[in-house]
Design a binder for this molecule. Structure first.
Ligand SMILES: [Fe+2]
Ligand SMILES: [Fe+2]
Length: 432
């Protein structure tokens, strides 16, 4: 007879799976802004949310199994496992990062879920099996997506060798760096995979077999960031003062292309800054993380939608110069609420006003395709403003000093930097 998993064993295993799902989400969040390839940013935006949902489903099963204490919700499989995660987090190039996530960690997670399902006490523990089957199906999809990306990186090695540090050079040079031909990307990927698989085995795997749960942790810290990474097609404005004219209009295709082009960059920025909130502040409330991850997913979809519409209208990425205004003032702030006050409550509130205006104009112009898409974007953006107002209200309700500082921050940025088209006195905080 197959030995089945007991209630007590379940509690510890679910806590470990939940830990790994959250760590995967934080790794993607930490890396997104340093990654050059837009399809990876979009995939990360989507999967940050899906991994958050997996962690959420596991977290809901724990109290049903009498695991009410916080301790059961987040169990590192072993100290060696934590060290392995830190090693992966420090990997600088996209190929190593992708191999670590999609050829090592996610397959190990899939194997752990399959093992659990084979040993589940059924029908007694059907609720756990139900959750794991759902997560498993999605993790398999992630694996397939990741494998495709890895294969592309191996075939086009100039992309796979781009590192966090060198991406800054790409931005200034406006081209991909030359390849250093020491090892073939396929060999590099295979060696790295082998090394991590050995480490993972020594760490006791996802289930931390024969190991005591980990007690150590590491912080995913980031250096000061001037702007996120973009591929060589983008022409990024170095000095924000040069960004003087938006020329947005719904009267002609040129004006539409200009606004969609600016919007596309903002959608990427918002995937990236949500990732940074998740990676930078692991201590924020769980529901806030769910909201931030949801927003990362929304913005990833927006990027896809906006790029498609831009191309339908004969446009392409890089056809205009682009400003990353606001990035530097957002992601370098040590208080996540200052970031939300500036970007969600101010910039996204401003963009709701623009979207409403564009919808009216697109209707007048008979551009029903744009109307359809803009209405979906607006619905999401209203929620993003609400995430900002809700979490600022909630987390400062007993801290008037912090509240004052947080709400004063956007005004400070706008007076010091005068971004085109945003005036502080016009900015109203949206409420439901
Ligand atoms: Fe958006
Ligand atoms: Fe948004």
């Amino acid at each position: 007879m197959l030995k089945t998993i007991t209630v007590t064993q379940n509690l510890e295993l679910l806590g470990k799976y939940r830990y790994v799902e959250i760590q995967m989400m934080e790794l993607m969040g930490s890396w997104a802004y340093t990654i050059v390839e837009p399809e990876i940013k979009i995939g990360f935006g989507r999967q940050m949310y899906q991994d958050a949902v997996h962690a959420d489903m596991l977290g809901k099963r724990l109290p049903e199994l009498k695991g009410r204490s916080e301790h059961f919700h987040y169990i590192a499989p072993s100290d060696a496992f934590v060290k392995l995660l830190e090693k992966i987090w420090r990997a600088e190039d996209t190929l190593r990062r992708m191999v670590a996530l999609y050829r090592v960690m996610k397959p190990a997670l899939v194997a752990a879920y399959e093992h659990h399902l084979e040993h589940a006490e059924l029908p007694a523990d059907e609720p756990t099996a139900y959750i794991l089957r759902n997560i498993l199906a999605e993790e398999n999809d992630h694996g397939e997506w990741g494998e495709n990306i890895i294969n592309t990186l191996i075939i086009s090695p100039d992309l796979s060798r781009v590192s966090e540090k060198r991406s800054a050079d790409i931005l200034s040079a406006g081209r991909m760096p030359a390849l250093r031909n020491e090892v073939l990307p396929s060999q590099l990927a295979a060696q790295w995979q082998q090394e991590l698989e050995n480490d993972l085995r020594d760490a006791g795997g996802i289930r931390g077999e024969d190991k005591t749960p980990g007690t150590i942790s590491f912080k995913k810290t980031h250096p000061y960031s001037k702007r996120p990474s973009r591929d060589s097609r983008w022409k990024i404005i170095e000095n924000d003062a040069e960004f003087t004219e938006k020329n947005w209009s719904f009267d002609n295709d040129d004006g539409k292309r200009r606004l969609l082009h600016d919007l596309l960059n903002s959608e990427f920025i918002t995937v990236e800054r949500m990732g940074r909130v998740l990676a930078d502040f692991p201590e924020i409330p769980w529901q806030m993380k769910m909201d931030m991850a949801h927003q990362a997913w929304d913005e990833a979809r927006h990027a896809e939608i906006v790029q498609r519409r831009l191309e339908e209208l004969g446009g392409h990425v890089g056809m205009f110069r682009t400003s990353c205004f606001g990035w530097e003032q957002d992601v370098n702030r040590p208080d996540p609420l200052e970031r939300l006050a500036l970007s969600n409550m101010t910039f996204e509130s401003e963009s709701c006003k623009h979207l409403r205006d564009w919808i009216v104009k697109a209707k007048k112009a008979g551009d029903t395709r744009s109307v359809q898409l803009l209405e979906f974007l607006l619905a999401d953006e209203v929620n993003h403003v609400l995430y900002g107002t809700h979490w600022v209200d909630e987390l400062t309700k007993n801290d008037p000093e912090r509240r004052k500082r947080v709400l004063a921050y956007p005004e400070k940025v706008l007076t010091e930097h005068h971004p085109v088209g945003v005036k502080f006195e016009e900015t109203t905080y949206e409420r439901a």
